[in-house]
Each structure stands twice: as structure tokens, then as C-alpha cells.
Ligand binder design. Sequence first.
Ligand code: SAM
Length: 304
Amino acid sequence: MSKDRWVEETFHPHWRVRLKADEILHEVKTEHQHLVIFKNETWGTVLMLDGVCQLTTSDEFVYHEMMAHVPLMALDKPKRVLVIGGGDGGVLREVLKHDTVANATLCEIDRTVVDTALEHYPEIANGCFSDSRADIVIADGLKYVAETREKFDAIIVDSSEPIGPSAVLHTHAFFADCKRALTEGGILVTQNGLPFLLPDHLAGTTEIFASLFKRCAPYLCTQPCYFGGPFALNWASDDESLLDVSPKKLAKRAAKRGISGLKYWTPAGHLAAFALPAYAQTVADKAIAKAAAKAAKAKARKAK
Ligand code: SAM
């Protein structure tokens, strides 16, 4: 009788989650990270990177819809989009549903993620890698945004946790370069972890966003396979009006772009996602206040 294999998340120091691997489809230490893809009766096909559950085919729509449609529906005519990370293709698939998008560039550091996604769970990318509007770049996102002279209406940082190759995608330098690569009034969104368990992750990104942009706003989604409560994404833009697009207008845009059949994003849910529970709002408010205090101090120093 073969011994069952259980695959553990190893990200949290004092607790672990493990999923039964009914079949290991691929396991490798790439030049960037440990990658394992396996089948699980409940979750479907699971991708784990460096001991962190990245996605499952059963619930990936939650995160991918909220990463893509919240910024793009808020924009009147999003044409050029940059996705950093996201080598599974889920965010790119959702971005390309917007017929206003003429070009979507995906910059993924690890080709193995793309190759194994196409081999073991192609339904997530659903052909988007071969869409004529998609450009796939295999590179470090930090270097890509530092060097690009392109401008994007939305930049979506679909990174992993701030560990391994992804650590650089949670830094001031990286987000400052993202800002430079945005068109005027463009939107930057990033994944921002579990605010209940990792408030510092939310605080750190919010403080950086608040120091770089006129408006920043964390928003939440309920991603079942991200154990530990609601999952935070974060938003930043210099166009303060973009957070106030009405549900009616969002619904009109979705209809006009021929986007239907989504399984998580709705116009009402889009706005509700920004209504944070008090414990998360307090983290965000403190981070924004900290950024403002630092800016005021720097201004006073300069005035001397
Ligand atoms: N789509 C996933 C989900 O549903 O949770 C999110 C994680 S996605 C798999 C994270 C991707 O970021 C991985 O494919 C990883 O290889 C990539 N990545 C990590 N560091 C990177 C970097 N510095 N530049 C570009 N891509 C990076």
C-alpha cells in the first residue's frame, strides 16, 4: 500500500496546512524556487511555490478576477496592461477579456511555471499565452520595470509572498519604478497577503503606496485556499476619482466589453471589497498617516 504523500505549506512559522497529494504531477527545484504541482480530491490541481499555496484550479477565479477586473473596470479605456509574475496565466486570462486591451505584457521570472501550467493545468491560462495581444517576457520583474520605457494603464503585480525571488516585488524601489511606468492616472495593484495574520505586510505596502501615490486603498477577497482569513490586494493611483466609479457604470463597462459569466467579481462586490474590517482599516490608516508624517518631515527639512 503506497504511503500517502501530504504536501505542507511551510510559510507560517507556528502552524501548517497540508493537502493530500493524490498524484504528484511535477516537482522540481527550479533556478528560482521549489515548485510542486499535485492533484487533490477537494482542490483540483494545486500549485505550491517555496511551500506556499499559489493557486488551485477549484478557486483560482477569486483572486484572478479581483486582481484584473478591479483596476481594469475602474478605467474608462484600459489599453496597455503589465502583469508582473502570474506565470500560471490566470490574471492574464482575465485581463484579455477586456476588449479595450490592445496589449498585455506578462513578465514572469520562472519559465518552468509557465511551461508546467500549460502542461498540467492549461485550463487556467485558457489559451491566453497565444493571444495575439499577449507578450510573454521571462525576466525578473524588478529589472523589467526599472528598464522599461513603455507606459501602462494598469500594472498588476501577481507575485508570490515576499520571500525568494518575489521579495524584491514588495519594495519601495520596485513600486517607484512601477509608478514611473504608469500612464497618468494609471492604476497599480498588488497582492498584499493575509491582513489578520500578517498585518505588517499590509502596513508596509500601504505606507509605500501612500508615499508614492495620491490615493491608495487595500481591498479584500475571500480566497478559500489562502488559509487565515480574508486576502488583501492593494491599489494605488494618482487619479483619486477612480475608486468612486458607481456600480451602474461598472456594470455598463462590463457589458460594453462583453464580459459576463464571472464567478466572483460583481459591480457591487467591486466597491464592497474596499470596505475593510476595522482591524485592517486601522493598519491601513496608520500606514497612511506614517507616510504623511514622513513626507511632512522631509518637506520641513528641505525648507530649512
Ligand atoms: N496567480 C497566483 C495565485 O493565484 O495566487 C499568484 C502567484 S503567481 C504563481 C506568482 C508568480 O510570481 C510565480 O510564477 C513566480 O515565479 C513569479 N515571480 C516571483 N518573483 C518574481 C520576480 N522577481 N519577477 C517576476 N516574476 C516573479
